[in-house]
Design a protein around this ligand. Structure first.
Ligand code: FRU
Length: 416
């Protein structure tokens, strides 16, 4: 038991006072988001959760609220702050390219997420293949319409790369079906409200609509609301992209019947941070990190919902564990300070005890020496007093002899 306690104390002292492995240098990762919506917030949460597993990684997030100018300013400020790496989802490709090039030229690595710029000047990309998603939507549409029907396409923000790529992928399939016609096509800016307006417009202009392809679930919801308000007798099939989990996500919307199918567009926040850390540690990394996609419709929405709900619960639990861990770490550091303090006090007490013991021993030695000197002095004193007595006796004898001599000489002189 005693041995164990000693071991623990030793480990504590060693573990706290001297850390053998050099602590990792602080890494500042800046995130520039183009918009603020559920999809972006999910990505931001993933980024922060992944970063929380690395105590030396500090993340700062800025959102441009769909403004190119604001995003350029955000990235300029990150460059001025000399952050270690920037994760960017460019609102539009062309306007954002120069500032991203500037960051690269100043030696700040850039990880693009979800959207791209107009050239290949970036360190790494994390996101799904939007051309491929568009193609998959095309194949799904062709199968559903059995090669014939009228399609409305509500596209994403013009100038952002996913809009262009999703459209091109979709069209690369649809053009093989001459009887499938894109009867209306417009920019919904990735926003529900804009898609609602465009769908209302389409309903007024086109008499028969068989399918609506909205480039994301938000816009698909906007289109659904417009169709509901118009009160048309036959509801077209509505397809979206994103398939976010959660109560307001695309998977739930498929279950509710708001949209008929959606395609998973992974947010990839964890992968973005993992790639960023590998770049900053000079470890090997993939330049193109293409994330998976899959369709979500009434055949698999329920099982996916169960799984994603469980994942959300686990993530929530991780969040709670992180809070507990932070608390414990704070307690640990206070206890460490207390331990240092107690060790210092103990050390001072030990030094004082040693000094006390030494002075006690010194005093004893001096006392002993004094005793001996005393003894010697006493002995000397006795000897001296003996000598004095002898001298007294001697002088007495001398006096007696002198007296006798005097008496003798007196008597002799009388005789003479
Ligand atoms: C979120 C979002 C998603 C879409 C993606 C495209 O801001 O609009 O809904 O899939 O961006 O970049």
């Amino acid at each position: 038991m005693k041995k164990n306690t000693l071991y623990i104390v030793l480990m504590l002292i060693l573990g706290t006072s001297c850390s053998f492995d050099t602590p990792e240098k602080d890494l500042r990762i800046a995130v520039s988001q183009c918009s603020d919506d559920a999809w972006r917030q999910t990505m931001n949460e993933e980024i922060l959760r992944e970063a929380s597993f690395h105590p030396n990684v500090h993340v700062v997030i800025k959102t441009a609220f769909d403004s190119n100018q604001k995003q350029i300013r955000d990235i300029e400020s990150f460059i001025a702050d000399r952050v270690d790496l920037i994760i960017v989802s460019p609102n539009e490709a062309v306007p954002l390219t120069p500032v991203i090039e500037k960051a690269m030229n100043e030696g700040i690595p850039v990880v693009l997420v979800d959207r791209k710029t107009s050239n290949s000047q970036y360190t790494a990309f994390v996101g799904a293949d939007n051309f491929q998603i568009g193609k998959e939507v095309g194949v799904y549409t062709a199968n559903l319409l059995k090669g014939k029907g009228n399609v409305v396409e509500i596209r994403g923000l013009k100038g952002s790369t996913p809009d262009k790529e999703r459209h091109e992928g979709f069209f690369s399939v649809i053009r093989n079906y001459p009887e499938i016609k894109i009867v209306y096509e417009n920019d919904g800016g990735w926003l529900r409200s804009q898609a609602n307006e465009k769908m209302t417009d389409a309903l007024q202009k086109v008499p028969t609509i068989d399918l609506v392809f909205a480039h994301n679930d938000e816009m698909a919801t906007g289109a659904y609301e417009a169709i509901r308000i118009a009160g048309s007798s036959s509801k077209p099939v509505i397809l979206g992209i994103d398939a976010l989990p959660g109560t307001d996500g695309g998977i739930q919307k498929v279950l509710n019947g708001t949209i008929d199918a959606t395609f998973i567009y992974p947010t990839g926040g964890e992968k973005a941070v993992q790639t960023a850390i590998r770049i900053l540690r000079n470890e090997p990394y993939e330049r193109e990190n293409i994330l998976y996609t899959a369709v979500v419709d009434n055949t698999n929405a329920r099982v996916l919902k169960l799984q994603t709900d469980q994942i959300i619960q686990h993530q929530h639990r991780i969040g709670q564990l992180n809070t507990v861990l932070d608390l414990n770490l704070a307690q640990y550091s206070t206890q460490r300070i207390l331990l240092y303090f107690s060790l210092a006090v103990l050390f001072i007490i030990l030094v004082l005890l040693v000094l006390l013991f030494r002075s006690y021993r010194h005093k004893n030695r001096v006392n002993r020496e004094l005793g001996l000197t005393n003894l010697a002095i006493n002995r000397q004193k006795e000897e001296l007093s003996e000598q004095r007595d002898q001298l007294i006796t001697l002088s007495k004898n001398l006096e007696d002899a002198t007296q006798a001599k005097l008496v003798f000489f007196t008597n002799i002189s009388h005789e003479f």
